[in-house]
Design a protein around this ligand. Sequence first.
Ligand code: SF4
Length: 138
Amino acid sequence: MSSYKDSSDQWQHGIAKSITFIVTKDCQLACKYCYLVGKNSKERMSDEIARKAVDYILQNKQVSGNKSVVWDFIGGEPFLEIDLIDRTCDYIKKQMFRLNHPWFNSYRFNFSTNGINFGSEKVQRVNSTSKCKFKKYF
Ligand code: SF4
């Protein structure tokens, strides 16, 4: 018998604000159903853009009105930019704390990955520092 996912199973009943960073247009795979048009290794998010986006979002009440937030990182393959992600997650936490933002006590980081780099030293180092906790769904 089929079942459906009840929204009460989801974190904050699925009503948290979701903010998505496309950190790269690069990926190691070539899935036929890929949603990304124009895959390439040159278009990557810079630290400056990531920080500007974080500042804009946290200082704009119209954007950050929800009680909770999911900071979402996608690509391409986001773990190709794990250093940027690491720095950006640190920056997000510092800014939420500095601004005494309500999201400081109610946030999650989410990563949509193909899993290829999940076991790499860099990704596991970020995982083990507890700065970003990764959960495997595959
Ligand atoms: S893993 Fe994702 S980003 Fe990479 S080719 Fe497949 S669908 Fe596209």
